[in-house]
Design a protein around this ligand. Structure first.
Ligand code: NDP
Length: 433
């Protein structure tokens, strides 16, 4: 193992060649940021289900970057197709920016080919009626006490395999999960001796002018927000009905917004990795129009993932809905306003009570001017590039499967300032009750 790992590392330091899977809203930003950073990303191959999207982006970027770009078609649900592609491209790292459904197939292919892996969201199955998956899910709901379809157990199960192969898998390097965990690691390293509570606040003050649209993949987004909420308190999960805890918060540069407590994946890893933490919650802002539409769609069955037969065709309602809704990648020119995403901490430093809020404010129109997309794709795509850079330049290499807070936050936090997501610290923030 050691020798293979060292060889990979030596090669990694000489060149950076990355295979990027997916070419949607988030990948589009990550790819453009890689191309702004050609010293690290000397060569990228963009591979997705629909190759024409990869070709169109390549055409847009060529001549404006030193990064060499190639494109391929791949069905990332199929391990054998992925293995053939990875062998052909021979990258130092695979960036999975497709959907959470593909996390395990891409991890399997990386292991088979001896290549490092990263993604932006943890695994969830496309088919939640699969009896094999359902049996494990039901057991987990009972044992852990939260019922979201996604959780880290599937990918943490690869830890030993990645360790043995001398490969690194970095999970969830978007904004939340991702940057929020870097904020936590930074707070733990530099601001606090002990952290008591963490409130992660995700505020989108942007307006796209549509009565209803989602800012990233509608299927993943609607599954997430229509699920029961949950938070971590005193060593266990507390689950609540969807959208049943509401607070108002006055966000810097955005103003007052209603926000709702959701289950979110980084709570699960932070509960393990921030020793002594007593409570972790996640809140996201939603406007009334969004909630009214979502409730109505849920009530009529349009959020269902179970196939129905309609006039001889099998239709999955939420996939049909996705086809009707605006493509998140097209929201860029219409979206105005800002996002404000960050973490509020309480705890102790030098024996005294302390609080702090680390956050980023991002302007939708500035993102559009830079990369042609709105801030949600931008705030996810930039950290995807940064996570990849941490692995490529060797800052974050340790064999195994890890989330962002398990690495040294300093080079990542520095890169956020440099690559478009500057952060700030408020020493006396308003707390959420
Ligand atoms: P999109 O739907 O815009 O893009 C997904 C891309 O993956 C598309 O190019 C799609 O191809 C491709 N794809 C889907 N299935 C396959 C497959 N079987 N084989 C190959 N390619 C496939 O999604 P987003 O860009 O909005 O989201 C990307 C990821 O980012 C998701 O995992 C999402 O959960 C995550 N995310 C993370 C956030 C964070 O802060 N951590 C925030 C927002 C999103 P095609 O064009 O053919 O459909």
């Amino acid at each position: 193992m050691g020798e293979k790992y060292q060889q990979k590392n030596l090669r990694r330091n000489r060149m950076g060649k990355v295979l990027i899977i997916g070419c949607g809203g988030v990948a589009g930003v990550a790819i453009q940021k890689c191309c702004q950073n050609s010293e690290v990303f000397e060569e990228i191959c963009i591979a997705s289900r629909t190759k024409s999207k990869c070709d169109a982006l390549k055409e847009k970027l060529e001549g404006k970057t030193k990064t060499k770009i190639t494109t391929e078609q791949v069905d990332a649900d199929k391990v054998d197709e992925l293995v053939a592609l990875i062998k052909k491209v021979n990258p130092d790292l695979v960036m999975n920016i497709a959907l959470p459904y593909q996390d395990l197939t891409i991890m399997d292919a990386c292991l088979e080919c001896g290549v490092n892996y990263m993604d932006t969201a943890n695994y969830e199955p496309e088919d939640i009626t699969d009896p094999e998956w359902k049996a494990i899910y039901d057991k987990r709901c009972k044992e852990e006490g939260f019922s979201a379809y996604f959780d880290y157990s599937w990918q943490w199960a690869y830890k030993e395999k990645f360790e043995k192969a001398g490969l690194t898998a970095l999970l969830g390097s978007g904004f939340d999960p991702g940057v929020t965990q870097a904020y936590c690691a930074y707070a733990k390293k530099h601001l606090f001796d002990s952290i008591d509570t963490i409130d992660i606040l995700d505020c989108n003050g942007g307006d796209h002018g549509y009565p209803f649209a989602t800012n990233f993949n509608p299927e993943i987004n609607l599954r997430e927000v229509s699920a029961p909420g949950s938070y971590w308190e005193d060593g266990h999960w507390v689950e609540i009905p969807a959208m049943s805890i509401k607070r108002e918060y006055d966000f810097d540069q955005v103003g007052k917004k209603d926000m709702y407590l959701l289950h979110h994946e980084e709570i699960e890893s932070l509960a393990k990795n921030i020793p002594g933490v007593k409570r972790i919650r996640f809140f996201m802002t939603f406007g009334q129009s969004y909630l009214t539409h979502m409730n109505c769609l849920e009530n009529v069955g349009m959020l269902s993932t179970e196939p129905i037969n309609y006039e001889g065709h099998e239709i999955v309602p939420i996939q049909f809905l996705k086809a009707l809704l605006p493509d998140p990648a097209t929201l860029g020119p219409r979206t105005v306003g800002k996002t404000n995403i960050g973490c509020i901490f309480t705890g102790k430093k030098d024996g005294k009570e302390k609080k702090a809020y680390i956050y980023n404010v991002c302007d939708h129109q500035e993102c559009y001017r830079e990369v042609g997309s709105q801030a949600i794709s931008y705030t996810t795509g930039v950290p995807a590039m940064i996570g990849a850079m941490m692995l490529l330049n060797g800052e974050w290499n340790k064999p195994g499967v890890y989330t962002v807070e398990e690495f040294d936050p300093d080079p990542y936090m520095e890169a956020l300032n440099k690559w478009g997501l500057p952060w700030q610290i408020e020493d006396n923030p308003e707390l959420v009750d």
